[in-house]
Design a protein around this ligand. Sequence first.
Ligand SMILES: [Zn+2]
Length: 265
Amino acid sequence: MTLRPLPKTVSPHPDELLSSWLARLAAANYCDFVDLLAHVGVDSRHTIMLDFALETEVAERIAVFARTDVDRVQSLLFPVLTQTEAALTAPVPLHTCPNCSRQGLALKHWRRAWVVDCQACGALLTPILGKPDIGLLSDQLLRRARKGAALLGSAVTLNSVSQIRRAMRGVAFAMALKRAGGTPAAALQSYNPEVRLFCLAAIAAVQKHPLLKAALLTTGIDDFARVALLRTYHEEARLLATVDRIACRIQHRVRTLRSRSSEQS
Ligand SMILES: [Zn+2]
């Protein structure tokens, strides 16, 4: 099949997804996105897969059609992902930037579970579906979530097993407290910004003295939180025993201090 190049070309954003660029290309040339896909030999039912894998033949056809080179087309796909990266990268659009989306852009980093703000313009990303009240979230939660997100991002980039495990432990605990089901990776990609940001914030919280923090939480908590803690640490009996020991020591110290102060008064 001989393809005639499109009259108008569109330069892709450095972090743009292939599907986003093709949609902009179609719009610039006043043609239908589905027709454009059919023209280069892509079944529109497979649009979601477009951003992850592309046959060389199709990439070549797109390059001719869009008057660019194959490498540029291929660069718009997600690179080969590690197992953790794949689990923490949304296969379908999850968040959008209220500013950049107005230009029809969809960027790769918006799919990453560890990204809170748009890296192109700095705006807070908003979920495509679900609760629109993201503006009502507290500044403190956002600050902590950004901290946790940065830690998770660096753990994934380094592919550090211990850092990823620690982060996921924090997420599991946060999920239990928020009564969120599913896997930690799914909670970090939740359409409910409260759950997602709370889970990210928990990653920052468990970085320093995680056992002491867990122990402090067990003193004076209700039964539900206790169950949450047990669920988080259920596969790590030794860890839970340590948490319990530290909690007992804290309670003992608190009781001693209280009785001393009552004796003095
Ligand atoms: Zn933006």
